[in-house]
Design a protein around this ligand. Structure first.
Ligand code: ZN
Ligand code: ZN
Length: 410
């Protein structure tokens, strides 16, 4: 049975998938609070004939489909939403105040639900075991790890290959793959700088943490510009800075939150060391009465595709979608915890991107040099993938990718 035959029922399935997507979009849930979402997805997976396990990694769902001897293929969708107030104006916009599926994980859940159903219906065309994973808490960078720690691989053993995908503001109907590193590592740090508080009129009696924080922020700008080679890249952003309560009070401490993106382990270590050196050094220069405190508040690994596995999947996509609906993905400065599954399993993995916007709109924005201004990115309150053909494309990619391993060709 061919890929075409496996995908044949997709036309009939699309209305139900659209309904699921719209329902999830209306009812987004934050990381590790995806109770309703998990329930909806588990129910559909059970209806498709999977052995379903819930509550893995708190709110994660796993479905198992044994189908003879062969590789174990893990297919993953993340399911959490973000603390963002939706401003898309969509008829099916979020009904939850201040919570939105702004990263498109509702699309990922609908895609995987559709692919799971199609692969279950086409059992005579493949051999092996499917491990379907609906992962909570991706936005906090810990959902994948929690599912693994909670016994995900006890269900069927370790997977041979892990496949995952993300909807992006690229042309709908297109799929983007990339060998090697595709997404950045993220480190997020909280820094507490200590000063000595006092009256705003008598700075000579204080160590002003506002001035200390300001010089740390300025000095951090030199990490990328002066310490990283022009052929490497990194991002260092101070996204949050809190100091003081009133104009006439010099505060006793300042707090910074720093976000760091890197694509290479050596660069990552170098940037982290430089930040620590600058924070500690500036505190000494300011005469800070206490050592600064630096704590890690989030950490995502680099998302790295196995070159061999990526070549297999890319070839399958090009054959299925045609070379005119494939392009090489750019390096993405966003991060993912998807690779945690493959790392923990010692498995191969491929993560790819699927476009979700009208192709003409994307093309016009690019040719007019207005992509950054005109096209809302993931996490924007205006991020709104179009349903068609986006829903179809992401189901097809998962089916085509999975069959590459399950039909004995790879
Ligand atoms: Zn996100
Ligand atoms: Zn995401």
């Amino acid at each position: 049975m061919s890929i075409a035959a496996t995908l044949a029922p997709l036309d009939g399935l699309l209305p139900a998938l659209e309904e699921l997507y719209v329902d999830l979009h209306r009812h987004p849930e934050l990381s590790f609070a995806e109770h309703r979402t998990a329930g909806e997805l588990a129910r559909r997976l059970r209806e498709s004939g999977y052995e379903v396990h819930t509550g893995i990694g708190k709110t994660g769902v796993a479905g198992v489909l044994h189908n003879g001897s062969g590789p174990v293929v893990l297919l993953r969708a993340d399911i959490d939403a973000l603390p963002v107030e939706e401003h898309t104006g969509l008829e099916y916009a979020s009904e939850e105040h201040g919570v939105m599926h702004a990263c498109g994980h509702d699309m990922h859940a609908a895609w995987l639900t559709g692919a799971a159903e199609l692969l279950a219906r086409a059992k005579q065309s493949w051999q092996g075991t499917l491990l379907v994973v609906f992962q909570p808490g991706e936005e906090q960078g810990s959902g994948a790890e929690r599912m693994v720690q909670d016994g995900l691989f006890d269900l069927v053993g370790k997977p041979n290959v892990c496949l995952g995908q993300h909807v992006v503001p690229g042309p709908a109907g297109w799929v983007l793959t990339r060998p090697g590193v595709i997404m950045a590592a993220t480190d997020a740090l909280k820094v507490v700088l200590h000063g000595r508080g006092g009256h705003g009129s008598r700075p000579e009696t204080t160590v002003d943490p506002a001035v200390l924080a300001a010089s740390v922020v300025m000095r951090l700008q030199t990490v990328v510009s002066r310490e990283i080679s022009a052929t490497d890249s990194a991002v260092v952003t101070v996204g949050s800075m809190h100091v003081g309560t009133a104009h006439n009070v010099i505060a006793d401490h300042a707090e910074l939150e720093i976000n760091i993106r890197t694509f290479d382990d050596v660069v990552r270590r170098k940037v982290l060391a430089a930040i620590e050196r600058i924070v500690r050094g500036e505190a000494v220069v300011a005469g800070s009465p206490e050592e600064p405190e630096i704590t890690t508040i989030a950490s995502f690994p680099v998302t790295r595709n196995d070159d061999g596995a990526n070549a297999q999947v890319t070839e399958a996509f090009q054959a299925h979608f045609g070379p005119d609906h494939w392009m090489e993905a750019p390096l993405v400065t966003g991060s993912e915890d998807f690779s945690e599954f493959a790392r923990a399993a010692g498995a191969q993995s491929v993560f790819w991107l699927v476009g979700g916007l009208e192709p003409q709109r994307v093309l016009t924005a690019i040719t007019e040099g207005r992509f950054e201004q005109d096209i809302p990115s993931n996490h924007s309150s205006k991020f709104a993938p179009i349903l068609h053909p986006t829903l179809r494309t992401g189901v097809e990619t998962l089916v085509v990718g999975a069959l590459r391993y399950l039909d004995g060709r790879a």
